[in-house]
Design a protein around this ligand. Sequence first.
Ligand code: HEC
Length: 145
Amino acid sequence: MKKSIYIVGFVLAGVALFQSCEEQQQAEPEKTSKLKMAEDSELALLMRQLTEETEAIREAVMAGETHPLWERVQELHTAIPTDPASSGPVFEGFSEAFIHAVREMESADSPGTKHFNAVVDQCMACHSTFCPGPKRRIAKFYISE
Ligand code: HEC
């Protein structure tokens, strides 16, 4: 009885670890060692923070309140990804576009839904190319106008 609970626990932990870029796909083949998967990349950690901030900023925008915006966006340029393919000029282009949208919101006289949704557009744009897994989750951030 106890044993099966442990097994369920392991399976759930495995699912959580593979949350990142894959969506419905099965766990990657053996060659990606468990050790490697267990460690979150700098970029994955940064993304988690960006996501938490997005949630808080969204709440504030909807309540018509001000809130500090995404803090560590510059780190997009340096954070090491899980997959080395998530780098290079195209990735840089998406990073720049995202940071630009954040700066636009920062410099707006009255930052609101439009600015916020423009930032979410940039999360989606990069994710369409580099990491489709979380797209459904990100799409939920849009505030309907
Ligand atoms: C320039 C490209 C780019 C932008 C912009 C971007 N992401 Fe990501 N995101 C990635 C990549 C690549 C990963 C995979 C990170 C890794 O595993 O190393 C990722 C991972 C994630 C994850 C999964 C993290 C985990 O737990 O493994 C979430 C959630 C996420 N991003 C949400 C967002 C949100 C929300 C935004 C906008 C506020 C955003 N992303 C903007 C490229 C981007």
